[in-house]
Design a protein around this ligand. Structure first.
Ligand SMILES: Nc1ncnc2c1ncn2[C@@H]1O[C@H](COP(=O)(O)OP(=O)(O)OP(=O)(O)O)[C@@H](O)[C@H]1O
Length: 307
């Protein structure tokens, strides 16, 4: 049986729909990523799955337990690292961990082996207040606190938001190691570059799931021709390309603009000619393979299918 099963779940805050008719399954042992911008509904979905919010409609099970009916049993089985405020800033590193262990009726000693690798990096600072830790260390401590009761399923809500690039990479290496030991993990992130580290991903936007697949497979859904374009004046370039009759979309991606065209007949030569007429200099244009972010952008802007 799947470790997480979500069936037609909806949740609104008054008039604001946060999660709309979401269905999704996560297999045992998967490292599954929920990718979406701020406000997509990721936190709301997580809170439903860890029994902190009731869905308005639909049903969900985690580790075989219904999130509404079996909420008490389920709380022992899930580890949850919320996006913000998961630590007590005035308690020390060790006190935070001991607190979470006690809440779940266990001790640091009993389950130390589960966190040893991560916690050993924090041990030199165990008497330091959590509020005084760096972003990367806070994140490691929060992960230890979510693991200390030996959960079957781990929920990490935007664990790397606000953390530097090196710590982000380290964190994903840790997740992969935990996953290799068989821990099912659902992790949300607004960072597209992290999506490729997951076994499967779901794109979420305005409360809906747009696509679910393996990261590489998801990019195959991008059917349009895509060009990387660069010129001396990036600002003018984006302005001109967005107004061009052949342009479908044009976004800045690092050094290059990513340009999709309305028809696959539009060639690099035509784009080049258009840009020279607009007096651009140092023009570079080449066809490129779409990445996860290109695919997400394309799915986000796609018109809804007619009902
Ligand atoms: N307590 C609340 N009351 C009213 N509206 C809310 C509440 N919590 C969330 N929302 C709204 O519901 C929608 C989904 O929010 P949610 O926090 O689930 O998204 P998210 O993808 O986790 O984004 P973020 O990273 O910003 O938390 C947003 O429009 C948000 O403004």
């Amino acid at each position: 049986m799947d470790a997480i099963i979500i069936e037609n779940v909806s949740k609104a805050y008054g008039e604001i729909p946060a999660v709309s008719d979401v269905s999704l399954s996560v297999r045992p042992g998967e490292l599954f990523g929920l990718i979406g911008p701020d406000g997509a509904g990721k936190t709301t979905l997580f809170k439903i799955l860890v029994t902190l919010l009731l869905p308005d409609k639909g049903r969900a099970t985690v580790a075989g337990h219904d999130v509404v009916k079996d909420y008490k049993a389920l709380r022992q089985l899930v580890g949850y690292m919320p996006g913000r405020f998961s630590l007590y800033p005035d308690l020390s590193v060790e006190e935070n961990l001991a607190f979470f262990a006690t809440v779940f009726g266990t001790t640091i000693k009993e389950n130390y082996h589960l966190i040893q690798e991560i916690y050993s990096q924090l041990e030199p600072f165990k008497d330091r207040r959590a509020g005084q830790l760096s972003g990367g260390m806070k994140q490691k401590l929060a992960l230890c606190c979510a693991l200390i009761h030996k959960p079957e399923v781990l929920f990490l809500d935007e664990p790397t938001t606000g953390v530097d690039a090196v710590s982000r990479k380290e964190f994903w290496d840790m997740l992969r190691k935990l996953n290799e030991r068989g821990l099912t993990t659902l992790v949300s992130t607004p960072y597209m570059d992290e999506a490729s580290r997951c076994d499967r991903i779901a794109f979420m936007q305005t409360g809906k799931i747009l696509a679910v697949d393996q990261p590489v497979a998801i990019t195959r859904r991008f059917k349009k021709r895509l060009y990387g374009v660069r010129a001396a004046d990036t600002y003018q370039l984006i302005h001109d390309l967005r107004l061009a009759s052949f342009t479908e979309s044009c976004y800045a991606f690092g050094e290059f603009l990513h340009l999709t065209v309305k028809s696959n007949e539009v060639t690099e030569q035509q784009i080049g000619r258009f840009l020279r007429e607009k007096n651009h200099r140092n023009i570079e244009i080449h066809a490129i393979q779409p990445g996860i972010e290109d695919t997400f952008m394309a799915l986000m802007t796609q018109p809804e299918p007619a009902a």
